[in-house]
Write a protein that binds this ligand. Sequence first.
Ligand code: CU
Length: 179
Amino acid sequence: MRIFSNLVLVASLVAAAPPVFAQATAPSITVEQPYARATPAGAATGAVYMTLTNKAKTADRLTAASSDVAAKVQVHEMAVTNGVMQMRELKDGLPVPAGGSVVLKPGGYHVMLIGLKKPLTAGETFPLKLTFEKAGNISVTVPVQAMDATKDNKGGAGGMGGMGGMGGAGGGMGHMEMK
Ligand SMILES: [Cu+2]
């Protein structure tokens, strides 16, 4: 039994290792189909959507993000509070369940770009760095889609199947400017 308990010990040490070590192996988090919507000229904010999948046996969490294109990047959720659709920062990050996925999509979770340095233009891409509590930093390239991409092309945005109900509201709701 001694071997087994040593294995368990090693396993827990690996799991607890800081991100710098975790990166020696394949990251436990995969980022699928990231995209942002194009923004109108002068817009101060934008949003990035994606699907996060956690292959690890422990829950993780998206705690921070950064990008060259914006002064500040936050993890937000959109929810109805007292009948009003509002968004707020997830101060404790966005949980990604062990062996599960979380979808960031219009009308729900999103990565918020605040203080855009220039408009997001359809067809261009920009870098985004995501920081996870356990998986560490993951850099992705985010393509910018036309503003109405998710409305006209339901499948194109990456099989956002659950969007149906939100689709219509998504356009109007878009992204409220942070005042
Ligand atoms: Cu937001």
